[in-house]
Write a protein that binds this ligand. Sequence first.
Ligand SMILES: *Cc1c(COP(=O)(O)O)cnc(C)c1O
Length: 425
Amino acid sequence: MDKNWKIETLAVQAGYEPQDGESRILPLVQSTTFKYNDVQSVADLFDLKKAGFFYSRLANPTVDCFEKKIAAMEKGVAAVALSSGQAANAYALLNIAKCGDHVLALSSLYGGTVSLFTNTLKKAGIEITFVTPDATCDEVVAAIRPNTKAVFVESLANPALIVADFELYAKAAHAFGLPLIVDNTFPTPVLCNPFDFGADIVTHSTTKYIDGHATSVGGIVVEKGGFDWGCGKFPEFTEPDESYHGVVYTRDFAEAPFSVKLRVQLVRDYGIPMAPLNAFLSHLGCETLPLRIERHSENALEVAKFLQNHPNVSWVNYPGLPGNAEYAKVQKYFRNGMASGVLCFGVKGGKAAGERAMNALKLANIVVHVADVRTGVLHPASMTHRQLSDSELIAAGVSPDLIRLSVGIENVEDIKADLDQALRA
Ligand SMILES: *Cc1c(COP(=O)(O)O)cnc(C)c1O
């Protein structure tokens, strides 16, 4: 692999590099276990003295290649693939914060992430407070506490479609020696590399555009490398881990201490690794990701313009639409000003009229999913976000009449015609 390859080349070529006479396509190693000739080899693997495979909960050759491909596409040093995006976000935080710690997050996050933060991580003793996306740098700084361990944002919020002002959050986090964690699911590494704008850790639900065909639930955590864990706030990185005979992650794994620690502590103890078949399919999905995301973005922009002029539509939110509040940040942070394939709109007549239109769609399916090749619609207030309170809904940027449309890569004229007949039904 050449580090200077552009994203389209990395998407195809990075990750799996076959040697002479080996399979050209990434092999699916559907095996839990690996054979060794002597006991010492396995002992060395267990002691982290040697890298290799011994049990697929911790590492598997197919999953390993998928991790390398995403790490290359995000320009990071290492990645750990997990069984879902939820697992990725949970582990990204649990690797840094423990009972008694605090994390600062943006309020405009995916509903599942808000639920993870406000229910399960809260029960684990990690307190997470939220700042609104319009908070100034001073307001973000004021919300950071002595026990804060990370700042967490979503690069393009699902479904509020607010673009994180990375430079502001990176500045605030770094002033206190904290890592900035960015969930980069919606833009994908093709449209945005948060590491270029100050992020230290990137997460993805690979279930979305990276797989792209709605076959595999998965997640991944990517490490930029070079973060200073030695400022005194992160002793688990700099002090001996007795569960590995005194390994010190920043000393013994200086290149990627965050990823090694996450794998050998959290994946060892809690599990939830990515399955080899899901890694195989997600790796395959990556190969066409740059082409797909371009078409998704073109189609979404065209559909957004169409809906904006439709007599039965009350409002449209698509960050790639000139005049949208997020438009300038899309131009600044996203490749070629492309804004991905998801847009939101409201139907005149509110929630009931919206439901009627959704039920009349023929090409677009009602699915609890986004970001695959097929056009799909969802009503967050009654589906993905139904566990959120009214105030949490408003904080997440979800109004009761909001319909989320994931624009697929079908012919855009067919998508528009379907929406038109449904909106007139
Ligand atoms: C879907 C999604 C998640 C959760 O991922 P799963 O793979 O469904 O567990 C997290 N963050 C964002 C932005 C998402 O869209």
